[in-house]
Design a protein around this ligand. Structure first.
Ligand code: PAF
Length: 292
């Protein structure tokens, strides 16, 4: 059940955030955290609701992190809807919104970069150089500032989630990471802040992504194991709509290395362009059970 918080405390500095989190803890509350870059949609609301269902206080951060954009126009065009974000966060059950300035996150003298290693060189890492260093650095800093018990990340960004799990493990960050399933529109399109930049025709063409992934999922459920065949199911749908492809790849679900066969838990991941909007999506595939 959706329980809107009666008040959302908006804080802008690390000091104010610390005070708000300390007040929650003084009341014996456990703290959840949903990091976002704003432009909140139903997918974010689902993350916030999951946090509010599990914990007493929920912090939502709203910060468009410049260091994870490798393309200046993507950063410039990233939607910014702060007032609406606060309302969506409150209605979904958030109690604290942390909306810092860039200087608050990267104060004078800030010099550390978190480099997640091999997993960050593949797929998104290959096509968006530096993206995961920027993401991992800001997530490590945000987790340090919020000091939540549990933080929530969407499975639409499956590689990001795997990297966040790795860095919290490696750096002994004492926040549990929970993944939440991708939220889709009724017609299958994965929710994304970038969708609002699609025009009507682009929105229709973008459906090829989920159509292809669902077709591959059906093949896998029917026993298909060849990575090439599963990838071809997606590529075929993208080709019908002439969508330029960055990658369609069946990868190991924990290392994100490409595999030849669906012989372990895998992610079938896609990145492609619909006009000037770059979209990603994925499905998790398991080898079908063979009944003797
Ligand atoms: O997924 C996002 O919105 C961002 O990558 C995150 C996790 C908020 C870090 O800036």
């Amino acid at each position: 059940m959706l329980v809107p918080s009666s008040t959302l405390t908006v804080v802008r500095t690390a000091t104010e955030l610390r005070r708000a989190v300390d007040s929650a803890r003084a009341l014996g509350q456990r703290v959840g955290f949903v990091p976002t870059m704003g432009a909140l949609h139903a997918g974010h609301a689902t993350l916030i609701q999951a946090a509010a269902a599990d914990l007493d206080a929920v912090v939502v951060s709203i910060f468009v992190n410049p260091t994870q954009f490798n393309d200046a126009s993507d950063l410039k065009n990233y939607p910014r809807t702060e007032a609406l974000d606060f309302e969506i966060a409150r209605q979904a059950g958030a109690t604290i919104a942390f909306a810092p300035s860039c200087d608050e996150i990267y104060p004078d003298g800030f010099a550390t970069t978190v480099r997640p290693g091999a997993i960050a060189e593949l797929l998104e890492g290959e096509h968006r150089p530096g993206h995961f260093d920027g993401m991992a650095t800001v997530v490590a800093r945000l987790l340090g500032l919020v000091r939540a018990d549990v933080a929530y990340f969407g499975r639409k960004d499956a590689q990001q989630l795997a990297i966040v799990e790795q860095i919290t493990r490696d750096l002994a960050i004492p926040t549990e990471i929970r993944g939440v399933d991708t939220v889709r529109e009724d017609d299958g399109l994965a929710m994304s802040s970038r969708n609002r930049r699609l025009d009507r025709a682009g929105r229709r063409r973008a459906l090829a992504i989920s159509r292809g992934l669902f077709a591959a999922q059906r093949l896998a459920d029917g026993g298909e194991r060849s990575a090439r065949t599963l990838e071809a199911a997606v590529l075929g749908e993208l080709a019908v709509q002439h969508l330029p492809v960055d990658y369609v790849s069946l990868v190991d679900a924990s290392t994100f290395r490409p595999v030849d066969a669906l012989d372990r838990p895998c992610v079938l991941a896609v990145a492609c362009h619909v006009g000037d909007v770059r979209l990603i999506d994925n499905v998790r595939l398991e080898p079908a059970l063979v009944v003797a």
